[in-house]
Design a binder for this molecule. Structure first.
Ligand SMILES: Nc1ncnc2c1ncn2[C@@H]1O[C@H](COP(=O)(O)OP(=O)(O)OP(=O)(O)O)[C@@H](O)[C@H]1O
Length: 317
């Protein structure tokens, strides 16, 4: 296995009238080639900002990003153009990523043209290939986005993302706006594409049952920080951080093999503006103690399973 994307203490802060908002704060992880890293956490914990910062839609405030072993933290305009092809993003709302005046065919052709790799005579054939790859019926080539259901619209968005032949795709809540039955179809498509094309995904969602289905590894974020990361199965059978346990307790239907303590998630997220040092979950944690006021270290308690909680060992071992 080799790493496709690595971050080291990645930070993205926003200047606001209230102070410096720490949207992403010291996030360190590695995504292996051909694998999926799921990112979970409540709304506002920094998932989308992380995804956008990784692919340079936002400029990082600090830390490092490596892609295929190269440091891509700061890149020239020319390198950025190439990176933008290798790293794509799919958003939750396909409507916002599709031009309402473009038919399916035109939307895909435009994405192909932008790559600059195809001659005008090659584009129709490539369009057919992409439509087939994402499972859009040829009869829909002249349909407009508003004439398609959400699942088909998302397939068009995926076809456009595939046009430059990317290696890495940030999937930002790609099925959250879809009916459950259609969600499964789009997730299966993403998995098939991954298998056939060796794609690597960062899969952002607030829905734990979705992330469990699709991820190899999962990273749990809380107020801009990574509080736990682990192989997917283990996160569900043996969560170590009180916040992860609380998130899992909130979904009664999830298939958890080991009986687990039920921890209700109470209280609201505290402000991400000028946060205090120490554990950001402390204000909502029933295990809070004096040591939680100090900066927490990410510690590997089991192979590949890291947690940032000074009481994790004592509470779980
Ligand atoms: N451009 C911006 N300027 C200022 N603050 C921002 C900006 N973009 C995001 N934020 C703030 O950064 C924090 C993280 O937001 P982000 O959208 O990344 O979270 P999220 O986990 O993806 O949430 P959601 O699931 O609701 O999309 C939030 O407090 C948000 O208000």
């Amino acid at each position: 296995m080799s790493a496709l994307l690595e971050t080291q203490n990645l930070k993205k802060y926003f200047k606001t009238s209230r102070g410096l908002l720490h949207a992403v704060d010291d996030v360190t992880f590695t995504i292996q080639k051909g694998k999926t890293m799921g990112i979970v956490g409540e709304s506002g914990c920094g998932k989308s900002t992380l995804g956008r910062t990784l692919i340079h839609l936002l400029e990082s405030t600090g830390g490092r990003i490596r892609f295929e072993g190269r440091d891509i933290t700061s890149v020239s305009r020319r390198e950025l153009k190439k990176l933008r092809e290798e790293m794509q993003i799919i958003f939750q709302d396909p409507f916002s990523s599709l031009n309402p005046r473009y038919t399916v065919e035109k939307a895909i052709q435009e994405a192909l043209r932008l790559t600059g790799r195809y001659s005008p005579s090659q584009i129709p054939k490539e369009t057919d290939r992409l439509m087939e790859l994402v499972g859009i019926d040829q009869r829909l080539r002249t349909s407009y986005p508003h004439e398609l259901d959400g699942g088909r619209r998302q397939r068009v968005v995926i076809a456009r993302a595939l046009a430059p032949n990317p290696k890495f795709i940030v999937c930002d809540e790609p099925v959250s706006a879809l009916d459950v039955s259609i969600q499964a179809q789009v997730l299966n498509l993403l998995q098939d594409l991954q298998e056939n094309m060796g794609l690597t995904y960062l899969f952002i969602t607030h829905d734990l049952s979705v992330v469990k289905h699709i991820s190899d590894d999962i990273c749990v974020m809380y107020l801009g920080q990574m509080v736990e990361t682990s192989p997917s199965d283990e996160l569900f059978t043996m969560p170590l951080h009180p916040y992860t346990k609380a998130l899992l307790s909130a979904i009664p239907t999830i298939d958890i093999h080991t009986p687990m303590e039920n921890i209700p998630l109470e209280g609201e997220l505290t402000s991400p503006v000028d946060p205090q040092p120490g554990c950001r979950f402390a204000a909502r944690c029933k295990y809070v103690c004096e040591a939680c006021g100090k900066p927490q270290q990410l510690e590997e308690l089991r192979p590949g399973h890291f947690v940032s909680c000074c009481r994790a060992k004592e509470l779980n071992m």
